[in-house]
Ligand binder design. Sequence first.
Ligand SMILES: [Fe+2]
Length: 434
Amino acid sequence: MIKKIKVEELKAGMFVHGLAKVENGKDKAFMNTVQIHEPGQIKGLVAEGYRYAFVDETDIAAALKRERAKELAKGLNGFEPSSKEKTERIDSWELPTSTSTDSVKAVAIEPVVKNDELEHHLEDSATFDNEVVRAREIKEKAGEVLKDLLDDVRSGKGMQTDKAKKVVEGVVDSVLRNQDAMLSLVRLKEYDDYTFGHSVNVSIISTAFGRHIGLDRRRLLVLGFGSILHDVGKMLVPDKILNKPSVLTEEEFMIMKSHPVLGSDLLKEEVGIPREVVNIARHHHERFNGSGYPDGLAGNNIETFARMVAIADVYDAMTTKRVYGDTPNPGEAVKRLFSWKGTHFDPHLVDTFVGCLGIYPIGSFVRLNTGQVALVKRANRVSLLQPLVVVLYDKNGMKYPKVFDLDLAKSRDKNIVATVSSSEFKINVDEYIG
Ligand SMILES: [Fe+2]
């Protein structure tokens, strides 16, 4: 649960998900994720005029525990633990909602499919290089069609669902031929309008996820269609609220939170929309422990497709490059997903999702045991810790004049030891991937 606290109440170790200050008499919000390591950072934020911070309650509890442990350690042996963690910044994402944890009613569920059933779904019929050219065209077309569809919804016209189904077929077939090709494109910030760029990405990610758990083409089409329309209800939220640059008032926030109901009601009225598609629109903000909205459902009471799209939605929001943001690091986003296992998200599905994208998904910055810094180019679904990387920097942080590929699965003595904050590297990731 995200809580708004005064900047002065921040403590070392906390992740700040958003900051607010008053500028020209108006509230202005800034959303990103920064970890606080030392009191100096808090003083800096105060000096810059920030008044409030948005932090996760679990981080508050953890920070208090650390503080107590520090005091205890000091008292016992004079030892003062110091944090060696680096400042991390994940790109901005939709401000999490204020939720209640009173209704925690998580239930255990069985894995969706067993590992030994997966293998035949993972065979590619096209190489990455062949598919990425087609995938780029398909993604572009999907963006155009979805933009028209969402514009029509906004202006009160009917939905051209047949066209949308057609582009989803294209996405699904591309993912079935070679999912890495499509997945390598989701990092790109190609659209000015966040909602529809994000919707296309969520559809691609969800489809790859669905392929990984062994869904057949027919089911993938339903999942792809539901995920591309998951936020369709946002088109019925007044523009001044949807695109408001400052903090939403409580009333505006409630209106924003109505988008799952608005979207599912809209889809229900359409002919030929599968039930699962309606449910994805309604339940993609439900959380596994019952703390989400609009219905406060928990565990298996949230349909599997909605539980899957919930993960894909948040993952994409954390990894999509924004105009003014740093290059996001998918490896860091995976870490955050792991930390939400069993609370926000179905734990089995998080594991499966990471199995699909890799612990170090395409676009992750990683440090090798040699001290070199590399960028993940292709996932390795058999051995998640050994992706194909492109080595960019030597152990002294000097960029190689000629960067080179390294398949960690074939390397006996090189391995990944950590993810690295991408904000340290001002490079165009797209130059090296795809
Ligand atoms: Fe949403």
